[in-house]
Design a protein around this ligand. Structure first.
Ligand SMILES: [Zn+2]
Length: 376
């Protein structure tokens, strides 16, 4: 048994100062103020020294960590994010892979069996080549055909938890039906897209409930040249049942600070999900982006994800929007757990997995507990 003492516990909507958390068998078995929770004799004790102890962070959309892709070295990447408090991660596989590359990547990640890898985020193959998707070189720009994708869907059956699609692609509904039949409970996301509200809403009954990197790589579909169109961003903002992923970099480049505040106001405390979307293109920082050292640029000078970790994204969100540390843990743990249907994660609650991040006021990670084991 493990006891974390002298902690400020970060609960779903409040803090418990001088708190105690007990875990046994990888689960939380006690949580509350010191006066209410007895620490059994003989258990291992971690002194949190008055720091915040919240549920372990869940990064549901990231391609890489520490300068490598998950599909290259899953154990290294999983360990790297774990040190940043990420006790749950979905490596993302991008549209730019061929079928053999998808299958190989899945096999490698499956074999690594890292305890904090919870599945996969399939970012493709069927996105809109117009939006950050390599345009004419996109290997999946042709018609959507069952004989091309079914092997990938089968291989992803025990791993995929989220699947990104551009709802305007012809044949996407049939693709989603096949995926949903093979992987019950899969969360579809709208991504790299200029779909209309009708095209997006058509997929909601099949399980579409996430807007991938909200406000990035989306179209605006103006019907009249002088008037704003209604497209992906508007649907994600409008629908209370859609979670909004946000990449929050230090300078507010992926999403401007004003936009972050607007999205926070609209999506509220329940529907924001912070992601790192880390990549490894490592092109030079192009003119006009001076100082943007936490952003990844491709070799054409276009933004291609970040170099963030989720703890830093939380800190940036606190700076740009003034959100509290309770909010930050919601956006980076509880909400992704809910979006993905991870019923035993995202909160410090009896019966939940004993995954915790110990952090200071600014989300600097000082300790990590994974399934009741001190891992960092
Ligand atoms: Zn993307």
């Amino acid at each position: 048994m493990l006891a974390v003492v002298n902690a400020v516990l970060v609960m779903r909507d409040h803090l418990i100062p001088d708190g105690v958390l007990l875990s046994d068998g990888g689960k939380i078995v006690g949580v509350g103020a010191r006066r209410d929770v007895d620490v059994p004799a003989g258990c291992e004790v971690v002194d949190a020294r008055g720091k915040f102890v919240g549920p372990g962070l869940i990064d549901m959309h990231t391609h890489a960590a520490g300068g490598k892709y998950f599909f290259e070295d899953p154990a290294y990447c999983a360990r790297t994010v774990l040190e940043h408090g990420v006790t749950g991660v979905l490596p993302a596989l991008y549209f730019n892979m061929t079928k053999p590359e998808y299958l190989g990547a899945m096999e490698k990640i499956r074999e690594a069996a890292c305890p904090n890898i919870l599945g996969l985020y399939m970012e493709g193959p069927y996105l809109n080549p117009k939006f950050g998707c390599d345009r004419e070189n996109n290997p999946w720009r042709g018609p959507i055909r069952r004989e091309d994708y079914m092997e990938i869907v089968e291989a992803a059956r025990d791993m995929a938890r989220a699947w990104a699609v551009a709802p305007e692609r012809e044949g996407i509904a049939e693709f989603c039906e096949d995926v949903a039949a093979a992987i019950p409970g899969i969360a579809f996301t709208v991504a790299h897209s200029e779909a209309s509200p009708e095209q997006i809403e058509r997929l909601i009954p099949l399980g579409l409930k996430i807007g991938t990197h909200h406000t990035n790589a989306t179209g605006d579909l103006p019907k009249y040249p002088e008037c704003r169109g209604v497209c992906v961003d508007e649907v994600v903002n409008f629908r209370d049942d859609i979670f909004a992923e946000l990449i929050v970099d230090r300078m507010g480049i992926h999403v401007a600070p004003y936009m972050l505040r607007l999205v926070k106001k609209i999506k509220g405390e329940r529907r924001i999900v912070l992601i790192s979307d880390a990549c490894v293109f490592d092109g030079p920082v192009p003119p006009g982006y001076d100082g943007a050292d936490d952003i990844n640029f491709d070799f054409e000078g276009e933004i291609a994800g970040s170099k963030l970790t989720l703890d830093v994204a939380c800190r940036n969100m606190m700076v740009h929007t003034g959100c509290s540390i309770v909010d930050a843990f919601r956006y980076a743990s509880r909400n992704p757990a809910e979006a993905l249907g991870l019923r035993a994660k995202g909160e410090l609650r009896i019966g939940f997995d004993a995954d915790c991040a110990i952090v200071d006021n600014w989300m600097n990670v000082e300790g990590v507990i994974l399934k009741g084991e001190i891992v960092s």
